[in-house]
Design a protein around this ligand. Structure first.
Ligand code: UDP
Length: 469
């Protein structure tokens, strides 16, 4: 936490705002932990005490947040269960196993209203829960605690998820063709192949989870916080208000409020920045597929040769586990990087927000996770989108067809195609047009966060709402 946040927090409490505590419950995946902890920092800077309840699995690093109260519980996940690549199974398992230990932990936290970090009393206003938790049965009747949902996805992808149960009911899902370019009349500009489906061994669990977590949960929560902003998702927000008439708070992009402490679960390789310092402005393509997506060895090699053949500098995040059946970058040909004479740099995990903010970065080849997409927009970096599953499919379509700030890599991963699309983005006229458009979107971000801007107003509304609960 930056010192100005702490000062701002103190000012708010000195100004006599009622001391109020909020309990936050993040879902233990990187793309969910980051926005929840950013939200916690935003609320803290507005005078609210923060208590985080979290699982032992993927637990956040509490030492980066000395001013928050952390409570953890045993989630009961075995090592094998925790290492599954099937996100649907993992989400379902976590939801089954969290119920009882979470309730016990919540009761313990509620029975003790002392803020240990600030040594003061505070009353609990509400619980803020990641939408991936099926919280409806988890709050004991006796607690009578209002709860607000945090949705870590875009609004446009939420609307696509919300349409799935109906598509399942009328049989359309069963006919799903992952290659079909046909437009979905219910969800323009999405095509059939953009439906936010997830590959899983348990497809029936997936549709059930979507019904529970997307459609049913939102209807009974006291409100929803969105890591998005009006100027980007006005049409989707309008539709959302029509379909779900409950309080909505689009206060994003969260990470732009301040330089928050890192909530990264993996250690971030700082050589990314020292290497970028040596590159020319706008010259580097940054490549990262987030914390979950995987590629096979053939795809990995096509990416490597595609990057090498561009003759442009690249910074590439290859997580341990990114390549099926490989330790790390072992499938690369011998001396691959050395032969590029320093033109390529590979790291296991990067300080992504700082990388995207670096003047050397000219483009981002991304899996279109929502955090990555927002981080790119906030830094005015145009994208190449290569979505893998779920909300990424929808985000990619909006980036390429609606906001027109990125290319959609729709075909098979092949070195010639990769080289072509990178060159179009980095040195082509269309790429420059995308850069101009995304820079003007970045300016809209600045406006929405300023005093009187849409996200600023939504945050004011949220704070008043929490105080009133
Ligand atoms: N990230 C990072 N270093 C990396 C790659 C990603 O810190 O090398 C962060 C990134 O800044 C983002 C998050 O991990 O905040 C990934 O979230 P996203 O929603 O983009 O994708 P997911 O990992 O959930 O698929």
């Amino acid at each position: 936490m930056e010192s100005h946040q702490r000062e701002s927090h103190l000012q708010h409490t000195k100004l006599g705002r009622r001391r109020c505590r909020v309990i936050l419950f993040p879902f233990p995946l990187q793309g969910h932990i980051n926005p929840m902890l950013q939200l916690a920092s935003i609320l803290y800077s507005r005078g609210i005490s923060i208590t985080i309840i979290h699982t032992k699995f993927n637990s956040p690093n509490s030492s980066n947040y000395p001013h928050f109260n952390f409570f953890s519980f045993q989630d009961g996940l075995s090592e094998i269960e925790a290492s599954t690549a099937d996100v649907v199974s993992l989400t379902s398992l976590l939801n089954i196993k969290f119920l009882v230990p979470f309730q016990d932990c919540l009761v313990k936290v509620l029975s003790n209203n002392v803020d240990h970090q600030e040594n003061s009393d505070s009353s609990t206003g509400c619980l803020i829960v990641d939408a991936a938790w099926n919280i409806t049965q988890a709050i004991p009747e006796t607690c009578k605690l209002p709860w607000i949902t945090l949705r870590t996805t875009s609004v446009c992808s939420f609307l696509a998820f919300a349409a799935l149960p109906l598509l399942q009911e009328n049989g359309a899902l069963a006919m799903f063709d992952s290659k079909s370019e046909a437009l979905l009349p219910e969800l323009p500009p999405l095509r059939v192949k953009d439906l936010p489906l997830v590959k899983t061994d348990h497809p029936e669990t997936f549709v059930q989870l979507v019904s529970d977590l997307v459609v049913n949960q939102i209807k009974i929560s006291s409100g929803v916080i969105w890591n998005s902003f009006q100027a980007l998702e006005q049409d989707s927000l309008n539709k959302l208000h029509q379909d779900f008439p409950i309080p909505m708070f689009p206060i994003g992009p969260f990470h732009n409020y301040f330089t928050a402490s890192s909530s990264s679960l993996l250690s971030q390789d700082q050589t990314s920045i020292s290497w970028l310092d040596k590159q020319a402005p706008n010259s580097v393509i940054y490549v990262s597929f987030g914390s979950i997506a995987k590629v096979n060895k053939t795809e990995f090699l096509e990416i490597a040769w595609g990057l090498a053949n561009t003759n442009l500098p690249f910074l590439w995040v290859v997580r341990t586990g990114l390549v099926h059946g490989a330790e790390w970058i072992d499938p690369l040909p011998e001396r691959f990087l050395e032969k590029l004479s320093g033109r390529g740099h590979i790291v296991k995990w990067a300080p992504q927000p700082q990388v995207l903010a670096h003047s050397a970065i000219g483009g981002f080849w991304t899996h279109s996770g929502w955090n990555s997409t927002l981080e790119s927009i906030c830094e005015g970096v145009p994208m190449i989108c290569q979505p893998y599953f779920g909300d990424q499919m929808v985000n990619a379509r909006y980036v390429s067809d609606v906001w027109r700030v990125g290319f959609h890599l729709e075909r098979r991963l092949e070195r010639g195609e990769i080289e072509k699309v990178i060159r179009r983005l980095m040195v082509g006229i269309e790429g420059q047009e995308m850069r101009d458009r995304i820079v003007s979107l970045k300016e809209k971000v600045d406006v929405c966060l300023r005093q009187g801007g849409s996200s600023h107003q939504a945050l004011e509304k949220l704070i008043n709402y929490i105080m009133s609960l």
